[in-house]
Structure formats: structure tokens, C-alpha cells
Design a protein around this ligand. Structure first.
Ligand code: PMP
Length: 350
């Protein structure tokens, strides 16, 4: 007998590397290559530090209000957390408390099974179909809840809203979470379905399209009852999750919609150009609706390319998972960064 018998043992999630080298090209964790809205800098510079003496607003109310106004929902329909990881983790704890297994795709955000294990939630991973597609049919079996990203990660594949709706409509007795971490870059949001389905929870993040991964801001939108249950669990866990600078900077980012749209336009334009060039270099990939491309090469192994890029301080993501270990997930950087990457690949693949 030892104290170790009483330990909650888990296999943690492996985040992408966070190297920090001068001159590196870091396109491995789907961050935005452009800075946050300029007003964010101003907010940080001008906030009176005596404000930090006090605890922050427990519900991040100013940010919840800004998001509610932006998305045309009530404040009571918005839950704000420390990145969408925090929001999804709280949601697992809140909504996935049944006996039946929760369902999610086998190739998807690799944190889902980690949370399920952590909270001892039974789960079933549903295989994707050809071309990494999600089929609604597969989600019509007894379950305790469902989560999937749309567009999916790391594949970049987007499912039509009709597929999403079919899954939600077929599962009225459980909560269906749609993780829309990448939806700003393409595809359709499930937001228009909110009025129709009370079991739908949409999760979003400021980490990609709003260029604020370092601020840790995520949020969920759902009907008031779902948000109330989620808040009750959060308040049973940690009342003060959101720090004051994140709340204030988040509000500022939402306010500057022109900057947000311009950032999206730039990332999407670069992505479309990189798609063409990667094809010419012998890569294939499912069409991406995100800020990354999930590519495989016709003759060279993904692992070899990954290693070769790394030697040149170009970091992309490679997953050691059999079904996808011949793919690289390449985040979209600036045009200049992508030109360097493409020039290297052109030379390497000669
Ligand atoms: N969902 C998906 C699909 C993601 O790829 C990520 C980013 N790793 C997250 C959620 C979490 O992002 P964050 O916690 O930075 O909001």
C-alpha cells in the first residue's frame, strides 16, 4: 500500500511544441500570424494597475455582454472561460454525466479523450469515413452526449450545416457540443440552429481568428438553461477563472470588427495560395476551411519532411497516430513565412 494508490492517474494531453528561437517559423499550433487588434495594446498600457488589487468579475460580464451583442444573443446565453480548453473541460464535467458513452470522431481534437479519461466518462470514438468525413448516421446510437469540431481538426474538413443539424436533431436527450474553434476561417456556424435546439452548445475561441492564444479566452453559446448549469459547475470549481486583462482585452478585440475581418481575409488569401503551391509540389489534402492544411506527400514521408523542416527551424505538427502519421498539419503563417516554407519544400522535394 502506498499513497500512490490514492492518486488520480491520467495520461495528459500533449500540446504542440512551443519552441522559442529567433528567426523560427512556428506554424505548428494554429496560432494567428498577425497581432491582436491594436486597441488591445492600448488597453494593456492604459489599465490602472490598482484595478488588479481586486478580484475580477466572476462571470467576465463585460466580455459576455460584448459577445452577446456581437452574436445577437442574450448575455445569459454566453459563458466565458480560460480558453476553449477550459470551456470544453467544464462542459464535459457538466453535461457528460450519464451512463452511456459519449461520442466523438476518432480523428479529432486529441484533448477530448483526455478529458473523458480524466472525468471517467465512458466514450466511443467513431471512425471517420473516406476523405475524413463525419456521417450523421454514425451518431444515431445510444449515447451520453456528443462533441465534434466543425471544421474538424486536425483535418480541416467542414461538414455542411445539414449534417450538424441531423446530429443535433437525432439526439434531443443529450447535449451536442459543436467546437467551432476554426469556423471563422470558413464553413458555417451552427449559431442559426440555437433557437431551434435546446441541446446545442457552441464553443468558440479567441486563440486563432482573434490572435489571442496567449490571453486564454474561450466562450460557449447555448440556451440559458445550459449556460446556467455550466456556470453552476464552474462556480463549484473556481469562481475567478478569467483574469482582468483578458476580460478587458477581449472586449476590445470584439469591438474592432474591421480589424478582425481584415485578419481573416489575409489568412484565407494566404491559405488559398498555399493550397495551390502545395498541390504543385505533390501534396494532397482535404480541402481546408481552417487556418491550417492537413497534407500528405505522394512520395516522401511526413515524418521525414517534418524532421527536415525542424532542422531549418520551421515547426509544423506531426501526429504519431497510425491513421494520420503520414500527414503534416501546417498552420497558415504570414505570406513571407509561407514563401520561405514553400521555397524550402521546393528544394527539399527536388
Ligand atoms: N478545440 C480545437 C478543435 C482546437 O484545435 C483547439 C486548439 N488547440 C482548442 C479547442 C483549444 O483552444 P484554446 O484553449 O486555445 O481556446
Amino acid at each position: 500500500m502506498s499513497w500512490e494508490n490514492n492518486v488520480r492517474k491520467v495520461v495528459p494531453y500533449t500540446p504542440g511544441d512551443q519552441p522559442n528561437k529567433a528567426g523560427m517559423i512556428k506554424i505548428n499550433t494554429n496560432e494567428c500570424p498577425y497581432p491582436p487588434a491594436p486597441g488591445v495594446q492600448k488597453v494593456l498600457a492604459e489599465t490602472d494597475i490598482s484595478k488588479y488589487r481586486l478580484y475580477p468579475d466572476t462571470t467576465a460580464a463585460p466580455l459576455a455582454k460584448a459577445l452577446a451583442d456581437y452574436y445577437g444573443v442574450s448575455e445569459k446565453q454566453v459563458f466565458v472561460g480560460v480558453g476553449s480548453d477550459d470551456v470544453i473541460s467544464m462542459s464535459f464535467l457538466t453535461f457528460f454525466h450519464g451512463d452511456k458513452p459519449i461520442l466523438f470522431p476518432d480523428i479529432t481534437y486529441s484533448f477530448y479523450d483526455v478529458w473523458a479519461e480524466l472525468y471517467r466518462i465512458p466514450y466511443e470514438m467513431i471512425p471517420l469515413h473516406a476523405d475524413f468525413r463525419i456521417h450523421a448516421e454514425d451518431y444515431k446510437r445510444p449515447n451520453g452526449g456528443i462533441i465534434f469540431p466543425n471544421p474538424n481538426a486536425p483535418t480541416g474538413v467542414f461538414e455542411d450545416l445539414s449534417v450538424v443539424e441531423e446530429i443535433i436533431a437525432s439526439n434531443p436527450d443529450v447535449v451536442v457540443m459543436v467546437d467551432e474553434a476554426y469556423v471563422d476561417f470558413g464553413g458555417q456556424s451552427a449559431l442559426p440552429l440555437l433557437n431551434k435546439y435546446d441541446n446545442l452548445l457552441i464553443v468558440r475561441t479567441f486563440s486563432k481568428s482573434r490572435a489571442m492564444a496567449g490571453m486564454r479566452i474561450g466562450f460557449a453559446i447555448g440556451n440559458e438553461k445550459l449556460i446556467k448549469y455550466l456556470s453552476d459547475v464552474k462556480f463549484s470549481f473556481n469562481s475567478y477563472t478569467m483574469n482582468l486583462p483578458s476580460i478587458l482585452c477581449g472586449v476590445e478585440a470584439v469591438r474592432n470588427d474591421a480589424y478582425f475581418k481584415e485578419t481573416l481575409r489575409k489568412v484565407i488569401a494566404t491559405r488559398e495560395r498555399v493550397k495551390k503551391e502545395l498541390k504543385e509540389l505533390g501534396f494532397t489534402f482535404p480541402d481546408s476551411y481552417t487556418n491550417f492544411i492537413f497534407a500528405t506527400h505522394k512520395s516522401r514521408s511526413a515524418k521525414d519532411i517534418y524532421e527536415a523542416l525542424k532542422v531549418r527551424d520551421i515547426y509544423v505538427r506531426h501526429f504519431n497516430k497510425p491513421e494520420i502519421d503520414n500527414y503534416l498539419r501546417i498552420s497558415i503563417g504570414t505570406d513571407e513565412e509561407m514563401d520561405t516554407v514553400l521555397a524550402f519544400l521546393r528544394d527539399y522535394l527536388k
